[in-house]
Design a protein. Structure first.
Length: 229
């Protein structure tokens, strides 16, 4: 999920209340698939809350049910079939026009279930019960986000019956046969991603605990956690 920031307060000896936020952006260029050249961007932004249960307060083991109440995780992409090259939709081969190459856009949305239930387990208390300021918690678990949603559209261009682009050229927008093959291709992609309804969570970081009011039972914590895919 990206760079992770957390805050926590003590609810009682066995429990902390924790807020979580994640942010990550990354661009990937020049991916080739089905004859298309794809430029993609990952846009991740989430926020949630969890309850950390410590069955053994003087040790770091915990179990943390929670909820991801904000989830803007998605992958967006633009693609182009260079003029004179071929690409496939639903196993049907098209040739992109030399004069008017085919372009399109698409993406994968990772937030079908929003809000989403989360469950993690880990080691390390953000607010050490035995005193001290620093801790090094780790956790692993999952967010139940629902199956990702695939979308894809052809935006402009023409396809032809031959690589030279001289025979049977037609616009990709509005043609019923091309649209039928596009929808069938989207269905194939959707079936590929349907099993991935559970998003893995891994977090490792450093926390600093503030001794508010000089009382250990009222400490809070702020943590930047550099890794949370």
């Amino acid at each position: 999920m990206g760079i992770n920031f957390q805050t926590a307060i003590i609810a009682n000896r066995y429990m902390n209340l924790r807020g979580v936020g994640n942010l990550f952006n990354y661009s990937i260029n020049n991916i080739s698939t089905n004859g298309m050249n794809v430029n993609a961007k990952l846009d991740f932004a989430t926020a949630g809350a969890s309850v950390d249960f410590y069955p053994f307060p003087n040790h770091g083991l915990r179990v943390s049910p929670g909820v991801l109440f904000l989830n803007h995780n998605q992958v967006s992409a633009v693609f182009v079939a260079q003029g004179g090259t071929s690409f496939t939709l639903n196993d049907y081969t098209y040739y992109s026009s030399q004069a008017n190459p085919v372009t399109g856009a698409g993406g994968i949305v990772l937030n079908k279930q929003n809000p989403a239930f989360t469950i993690t387990t880990g080691w390390g208390n953000m607010i050490p019960r035995r005193g001290g300021h620093f801790a090094f918690p780790i956790e692993i678990g999952a967010a139940f986000i629902g199956s990702p949603t695939v979308n894809m559209a052809l935006v402009s261009g023409q396809v032809c019956a031959d690589p030279q682009g001289t025979m049977g050229c037609m616009n990709v927008v509005g043609d019923p046969d091309i649209n039928a093959n596009l929808q069938a291709q989207i269905t194939k992609y959707q079936n590929d991603v349907n099993p991935f309804s559970i998003y893995p969570i891994f977090s490792a970081g450093v926390t600093y605990s503030f001794r508010l009011h000089g009382d250990e039972a009222k400490r809070g914590a702020l943590t930047p956690s550099p890794v949370r895919p």
